[in-house]
Design a protein around this ligand. Structure first.
Ligand code: HEC
Ligand code: HEC
Length: 426
């Protein structure tokens, strides 16, 4: 970051006069709702950011910048190998970008862009507009280098950041354009479809990437060659959870951040895991290790979003709580403040109702370091359907029904609903 950047890592981010109406409408810098509040438009509340004891605000601010804007040098992969900069310039106008789930940070847009989008003078069907948005650092999770060549803006490098999969926006400007919500999984994003646009892949690879669909990504396919996409999980609500990922592979977030930044994003650094035999090293300049503590501090500061008022029936949730803690037996694994026993044990696939996987898909646990599953933390679970590592349950009712059937719990349909209402209240 150069010295002219502010702490968000974005140059020259002032409050412009054009922002006034947006600020008044509750969207814009300084207009973030209080933690836990619901915006007047009834949209979901913004994830609260807490700075608890022992957390260093400077590290959190640095981590936020890394989470949003750092590529760890992964342009080597996305530009030099996959040629995604060429794909974007040729085929990805903003409309296409939004249709594959990419999000635009409204707070990064200057007045002429906002008015141009509003009055239609800026074309949302021209890839040049995408380049202009990348130049503004306004495409969430994509980092472009735009250089002036013969007086014309050219996209010369592109890379990805953590925010691509683990941030979305609140749609306050228009669908897909709004204020960033860090830690919220982008379940509209189709990472496989985006990667499949690369001219550098074989037809077979393209078929695999193209098979995943929205909100899913297989973070092991390029290592073990197996195909079993995972639902993109939230990166919030992990402060008390010391087993990371659906299979509890790491004891802290940094373990998995190293894995993803090196083996998936293509960042410069190394990852070595004897339990799975994954050993990857990119470049000679480690751009990952020194960033992991701050990056972890930022994620630990993201608490899960409380349920928007009016989204569950309190009386039913109360009855559901009694069942959850009693007859339905849920609390045996989903106990404690984060509703998980992950810090003391993991669970064999045979105990877990989301296995066997859908037809033809290899067991995800079998591909992991632990070969087991972590009881999923449940705070904020209302926010991120579909459920289970493989997304096999579309709703919380479907989750409870799955347990009811697979574990022969004998819950009546009304009781299933009550437990689901309780889950919606967490
Ligand atoms: C291409 C999409 C993608 C990108 C980019 C990505 N992740 Fe993830 N992330 C995933 C998926 C999918 C999983 C689920 C893996 C699993 O459970 O085995 C995951 C898991 C996680 C988890 C574990 C959550 C939990 O409940 O234990 C954290 C934390 C996380 N990612 C943070 C990050 C950070 C930080 C970065 C940047 C260094 C990053 N991710 C980049 C897709 C992505
Ligand atoms: C034997 C331990 C165990 C018991 C008992 C148990 N769970 Fe789970 N639960 C898990 C594990 C392990 C996972 C993760 C499975 C996966 O990722 O596919 C999970 C996942 C979930 C999820 C999905 C969360 C997400 O983020 O996708 C919900 C919701 C849930 N359980 C609710 C319940 C309810 C309700 C009950 C009681 C009816 C219950 N669980 C009983 C271990 C258990």
């Amino acid at each position: 970051m150069n010295s002219a950047s502010n702490q968000e890592g974005r140059p020259d981010q002032r409050v412009w006069p054009w922002m006034l109406p947006l600020l008044l409408a509750g969207c814009g810098p300084g207009a973030a709702p209080e933690p836990g509040s619901t915006k007047a438009d009834g949209k979901a509340p913004v994830a609260a950011t807490e700075v608890g004891a022992g957390n260093d605000p400077a590290a959190i601010a640095t981590g936020k910048r890394i989470f949003r804007f750092d590529t760890f040098g992964d342009e080597s992969f996305w530009t030099d190998q996959l040629k995604m900069h060429e794909v974007i310039v040729k085929a990805v106008d903003p409309k296409t970008a939004l249709s594959v789930g990419l999000k635009v940070d409204a707070e990064a847009l200057p007045p002429e862009v906002v008015s141009g989008i509003k009055d239609g003078s800026i074309s949302l069907t021209s890839p040049e507009t995408t380049v202009a948005l990348l130049k503004l650092d306004a495409v969430v999770g994509l980092k472009g280098t735009v250089e002036s060549v013969d007086g014309k803006d050219r996209l010369t490098r592109v890379g990805i950041t953590c925010a691509l999969c683990h941030s979305t926006v609140d749609d306050s400007f228009s669908p897909g354009i709004g204020k960033r919500l860090d830690g919220w999984p982008n379940r509209d994003l189709d990472p496989g479809a985006i990667i499949a646009l690369s001219p550098a892949l074989t037809a077979q690879q393209k078929a695999v990437y193209g098979s995943w669909g929205k909100g899913k990504y297989d973070p092991r396919y390029n290592q073990d060659g197996l195909n079993g996409p995972q639902v993109i999980p939230p990166a919030y609500g992990l402060a008390d959870v010391h087993r990371i990922t659906a299979t509890g592979d790491g004891d802290d977030i940094a373990y998995w951040n190293r894995y993803v930044s090196v083996t998936q994003m293509g960042g410069h650094g190394s990852f070595d895991e004897p339990r799975t035999g994954v050993k990857v090293s990119n470049g000679n300049d480690d751009q990952v290790s020194s960033k992991l503590p701050a990056l972890q501090a930022y994620q630990l500061s993201l608490s899960s979003p409380p349920p928007p008022p009016g989204t569950f029936d309190p009386a039913a949730a109360q009855r559901g709580k009694a069942l959850f803690e009693g007859a339905a037996g849920c609390a045996a694994c989903h106990g404690g403040p984060s509703f998980t026993d992950a810090n003391t044990r993991l669970h064999a696939p045979g105990e877990v109702v989301s296995e066997p996987e859908p037809a033809g898909v290899p067991s995800y646990a079998s591909r992991s370091a632990t070969k087991q599953y972590r009881a999923a933390p449940l705070k904020g679970v209302w926010q991120h359907p579909p459920y289970f590592h493989n997304g096999s349950a579309p709703t919380l009712e479907a989750v409870v029904e799955t347990y009811n059937t697979r574990k022969s719990l004998g819950l009546t349909p009304a009781q299933v609903k009550d437990v689901a209402q309780y889950l919606k209240s967490l």
